[in-house]
Structures are given as structure tokens and as C-alpha cells.
Ligand binder design. Structure first.
Ligand code: 13P
Ligand code: SF4
Length: 342
């Protein structure tokens, strides 16, 4: 029997197909609440076949849903790891399961590859908070002050910048500028966090992540009081939340911290899928709320990935002049590498 979902005709899972993925299904179903495994299996199988036919790789950010992260992704990681991997990819096609700025960075760093994103509408509140014209105005206001931009920006903004950074290397990149002052754009919270750890004066922009800025220090206190949980936070959170955390770092740095510290119970103050994905690797750790969902990351689905590989669309394009400037800023960041936590 077959069904049509999201304009795609897919077979309902046969006994044979369920058997083929039984081991994977068991691991995931045991550890991830509400995973509708039988619904996912046909998409997973179809995507895996198409990937081979197209010579494609799927790169997934740590915030992708577990049914994507653990079944069809060839490479997973934080923004820095995805950029590093894009720069050396040798497949013909890259499907970026994440948000638009991540796919743009992949295209800039792998210009000869076809880069697809399952949903072009997967944006980011930080990326939409600033334009290339804003950066030009700031440069005119602060002549000679270098511009470091968080990768959560458009390629146009990156092209106006001296260097990019991610939450895994922001402090290092700022200090690599070798100046007393740096324009740090656009995340005011990441900027404030970096400023606490350096003597470089940071001039900040009013940008924020709509997901992380909703966390409060009151929630952190509740988690500690009620659950006696360790608290790990992403640096896009407000300063009082970061002050109350045991550890602050990028999404990959959070996983590394868990691997090192093995707490009995933890609250990851970040996007919800992060804890869902880590539950598979750390079944012995109790993950407690709060968490907030990123509506942009959630736009990426298995049917969307299937459709994009089938149609080889939507494809991400970056105009050549913008790509050249953005590549320079990204490569300067890649030369600095990773430090993980400020
Ligand atoms: P990481 O670089 O830490 O993966 O974060 C990306 C992001 O968008 C966080 O909201
Ligand atoms: Fe952007 Fe925040 Fe979503 Fe990350 S979690 S993609 S910073 S809106």
C-alpha cells in the first residue's frame, strides 16, 4: 500500500523494511520519547537510496530532530564543524539540514558543489537582525576598527566583515584581530559574554537569538532547586542565565562537557533537539527541561529532505562578488580553529 505525504508518494513500511531498520529503531525508540518510528522508516530508506544515486552527503546541525540526526545524516556538528567539513567535502551534492546561513556558508566554502537546503525559509533571528549596509555604516562610524561577525549572518554581511566566528571560537577570533577595539556583530549576548573574558573593547549590535533569549535565570534556579541538575548553557542566552550555568559553550562543546563530566542529571539551556539527540549517546544521564524549540530548525523534515534530493532543489546560490568576500572572512575564522568555550 502507498500513501501521499507532502506531495511525495511513499510506500507504507513493509515488514521487510521494518526488519531492515529494526536495530536502529530499537535504539532510538528506547531513548527518544514519542518517536514515531514506523512513520519515519520509509522516508529514511528512500533518502538513503537517493543519497547514493546523487553522490550526496547530508550535513546536519546539532539542533536537527533525532529522526534526521541519527538516521540520514553523514556528518553532524555545531556551526564551526559544519563549516570545517564543507571546506573539504568531496561529494557532488551537499544537503544542509540546518538554517539558511549554514547552507550559504557551505556554498561559499564549497563553491563547486551543489548545495541544497530542504526549506529555503529556514532563517534565523540573528541573521535577519543586520544587513551589509548596516556594517558599512558602522565602519564609517568607527574607522579602522575591525569587524568580527558571528556566522549566524547572511553571506552579504560576512562579505563586509574582516573575520567570522562561531560560539566555539569567538574569543580567539576577537583576540586574533590584534586591536584594542572590535566591532562584534550581531549577537549582543554572545558579545557580552566574550567581553567578560578579554581586555579588547567590544562594540556590540542589538541582535539576539529568539530561542535563547527567552531563557531566564529564574528557570535555571528552579532546575537547580527542584532537580539538583547541572546546568549547561549556550552563549546566546542572556548574561544572568550564563552567570548561573556550570558551563557555557557551543552545541558541540556541550556534548564534550557531558562526555567529560558525566553528570547524573543535566539541563541543557538551549534548543530542545539537542537533549533529544544526546539521550541516545548518554542513556544514563537524566535530561531535564527547560528547553525551547527553534522554529527555523524545525522546518527541516524527512519528507522535505527526500523532496529536495529528488528534485535537486531548492539550491543555494551566492553571487560571486559576495562569495569572495564571505570566503575571506570564513577562511580567516577557519585558520583560527576551535577553542570550544569562552
Ligand atoms: P552552534 O554554533 O553552537 O552550533 O550554534 C548555532 C546556533 O544557531 C545556536 O543557536
Ligand atoms: Fe538562529 Fe536561534 Fe534558531 Fe540558532 S536557535 S538558528 S541562533 S534562531
Amino acid at each position: 500500500m502507498s500513501m501521499i505525504i507532502d506531495d511525495v508518494q511513499v510506500m507504507e513500511p513493509s515488514e521487510e523494511l521494518l526488519e531492515k531498520y529494526a536495530d536502529l529503531g530499537k535504539t532510538l525508540k528506547d531513548r527518544i520519547p514519542c518517536l514515531e518510528w514506523e512513520f519515519h522508516v520509509p522516508w529514511i530508506d528512500a533518502i538513503r537510496k537517493l543519497k547514493r544515486e546523487r553522490n550526496a552527503v547530508i550535513m546536519a546541525h546539532n539542533y536537527q530532530a533525532p529522526e534526521i540526526f541519527h538516521t540520514v545524516a553523514d556528518f553532524t556538528g555545531d556551526s564551526l564543524a559544519l563549516a570545517q567539513e564543507s571546506a573539504k567535502v568531496d561529494a557532488d551534492v551537499v544537503v544542509l539540514c540546518g538554517v539558511h546561513f549554514m547552507a550559504e556558508s557551505a556554498k561559499v566554502l564549497a563553491p563547486d558543489r551543489t548545495v541544497l537546503i530542504p526549506d529555503l525559509g529556514a532563517g534565523c533571528s540573528l541573521a535577519s537582525s543586520i544587513t551589509g549596509a548596516d556594517v558599512r555604516r558602522l565602519r564609517a562610524m568607527y574607522p579602522g576598527v575591525p569587524v568580527v561577525t558571528y556566522v549566524n549572518t547572511s553571506a552579504e554581511v560576512k562579505a563586509e566583515s574582516d573575520a567570522c566566528c562561531t560560539s566555539a571560537n569567538a574569543l580567539q577570533v576577537v583576540e586574533a584581530m590584534g586591536t584594542d577595539r572590535v566591532l562584534f556583530l550581531p549577537d549582543k549576548y554572545l558579545g557580552a559574554h566574550v567581553a567578560k573574558h578579554t581586555s579588547v573593547e567590544l562594540i556590540l549590535w542589538e541582535g539576539a537569538c529568539e530561542v535563547h533569549e527567552r531563557f531566564t535565570s529564574h528557570q535555571v534556579q528552579q532546575v537547580r532547586d527542584k532537580f539538583k541538575a547541572a546546568v549547561v548553557a549556550h552563549p546566546e542566552c542572556p548574561p544572568d542565565v550564563l552567570d548561573a550555568a556550570d558551563f557555557v559553550g557551543s552545541t558541540t562543546a556541550m556534548s564534550s562537557w557531558l562526555r567529560r563530566e558525566r553528570p547524573e542529571r543535566v539541563a541543557l539551556i538551549t534548543e530542545c533537539s539537542m537533549a533529544d539527540n544526546l539521550r541516545v549517546e548518554f542513556p544514563e544521564i537524566d535530561f531535564v527541561k527547560p528547553c525551547n524549540l527553534c522554529p527555523h530548525m524545525q522546518r527541516i523534515t524527512l519528507p522535505g529532505i527526500y523532496r529536495c534530493l529528488r528534485d535537486m532543489s531548492p539550491e543555494v546560490h551566492v553571487p560571486a562578488e559576495i562569495a569572495a568576500g564571505a570566503r575571506r572572512a570564513l577562511e580567516r575564522m577557519l585558520a583560527v580553529g576551535r577553542r570550544d568555550a569562552v
